[in-house]
Design a protein around this ligand. Structure first.
Ligand code: HEM
Length: 405
């Protein structure tokens, strides 16, 4: 047995905001299943190669149950949040359910996020994008923070519309969900944010219970809660997950792609000239940034082997998708952005049964947001020094992105 105190500390920090920590290269080369230590002293396995990450995420012998005592909690504030939401002993979200129960709960909302209905939302998403850009261009003051003016409000508006959140509550919602999940976040602040958003969601559900509308929440109340397939508290947490999952992630991608294009004139010119290449550019950016780099934690429920190492029942595992997506054994020249790369088998949305439910929506929002920004604000430029930009850590992203034009 290894002494946890001598193990490398995880998470490791990025030195360059566009790249995963350099330690991952060494892990892939020398120790593809490496023991590391978390903030609470727990030893967990880091799995870093593309094929192995896929194997773990497709494993039947792992659980995503975050209430398991050995489930990896990557930083303290996150533990606070998960603990609070799991107060009835259930995992906080269906993301953390396993097996049939996971399948049943995911199915309750899967059709709303499927490719077809999301494609039909294109005109609506485009209208929100144009409206946000209109108000940005009308702004009396410059520079403007692209994160607050565009990247965050867009996914908030879209998911709010789908869930039937009234327009007046949207600002409150954006503030409550904008908890900038950070390794340094104060656990008390995290607690306050959980309570604030919980109150908002509870009020919303109460309103839908009284007079259901055409939205997802109303349908869940009528079709799932009333017949007893879903408890009210499960519904509240399902809504919380849908609000949070698609909000900061999409916003971070919009701001990171924008920054990348502001610094890479050739690619920007190419995409401005031929917006039809935006689909593949978004895909490559998803791989390159793999922003949800700590999302895919698991715990083994039976012994199994990965790359020659036996992982024992009860061991915590982190399947490092951001390392997998820079694995040179799978992607040629993995540290370069190459929008002509064939295939879209990156793991930025995860893999297996928990693979991101919102990917058609995320892809739509990203493609339209970035291409509209290039088209309508062709002189867009950074209005701060590169060194002054503040990056996020739990999800890779930008705290703010001052721009002018
Ligand atoms: C799951 C990434 C946008 C809803 C996941 C997972 C990843 C991910 C990596 C898997 C977690 C795991 O296996 O433990 C992303 C990224 C996004 C994004 C990078 C944006 C670029 C969205 C959007 C929604 C959404 C827009 C819609 C509301 C979900 C849900 C799950 C999930 C509900 C859980 C699925 C399940 O357990 O069955 N996401 N996501 N995500 N995502 Fe996303």
């Amino acid at each position: 047995e290894m002494d946890a105190a001598t193990l490398p500390q995880f998470p490791m920090r990025r030195r360059c905001p566009f790249s995963p920590p350099p330690e991952y290269d060494a892990f892939r080369a020398e120790q593809p299943v490496a023991p590391v230590r978390l903030w609470n002293g727990q030893k967990v396995w880091l799995v870093s190669r593309y094929d192995d990450v896929r194997q773990v995420l497709a494993e039947k012998r792992v659980s995503n149950n975050s209430t398991h005592p050995n489930y990896p909690i990557t930083y303290e504030a996150r533990g606070t949040v998960k603990g609070m939401l799991a107060s009835d002993g259930e995992p906080p979200y269906f993301l953390h359910y396993d097996g049939d129960k996971h399948f049943e709960h995911r199915r309750m909302v899967a059709r709303d996020f499927a490719i077809r209905p999301i494609k039909d939302m294109e005109p609506l998403v485009q209208a929100h994008i144009d409206e946000l850009i209109d108000s940005m261009l009308d702004s009396p003051e410059k520079p403007v923070d692209l994160v607050r003016a565009f990247a965050l409000p867009l996914p908030t508006r879209i998911i709010s519309g789908m869930l039937g959140v009234p327009y007046e509550d949207m600002k409150r919602l954006q503030e409550a969900t904008d908890n900038s999940s950070s390794f340094n976040q104060d656990p008390e602040e995290a607690r306050a944010a959980v309570i604030e958003l919980g109150q908002l969601i509870d009020d919303l559900v109460t309103a839908k219970e009284k007079s259901p509308g055409q939205d997802i929440i109303s349908r869940l109340v009528v079709e799932q809660v009333r017949p007893g397939h879903l408890t009210r508290s499960q519904l509240l947490r399902m809504i919380r997950m849908l609000l949070i999952a698609g909000h900061e992630t999409t916003a971070n991608m919009i701001s990171l792609i924008t920054l990348y294009l502001l610094e890479n004139d050739d690619l920007r010119a190419r995409l401005t000239e031929d917006p039809s290449q935006m689909t593949q550019a978004v895909e490559e950016m998803l791989r390159y940034f793999t922003i949800a780099h700590l999302a895919t934690c698991r715990v083994a429920i039976e012994d199994f082997e990965v790359a020659g190492t036996t992982i024992k029942a009860g061991d915590g595992i982190i399947a490092l998708i951001s390392s997998a997506d820079r694995d040179g054994a799978h992607f040629s020249a993995p540290d370069e952005v190459n929008i002509d790369r064939p295939g879209r088998d990156h793991l930025a949305f995860g893999y297996g049964v928990h693979q991101c439910l919102g990917q058609p929506l995320a892809r739509l929002e990203l493609r339209l947001a970035v291409s509209t920004l290039l088209r309508r604000v062709p002189t867009l430029r950074l209005a701060a020094s590169r060194d002054s930009l503040q990056f996020k850590d739990y999800f890779n992203g930008l705290q703010s992105l001052p721009v002018t034009w």
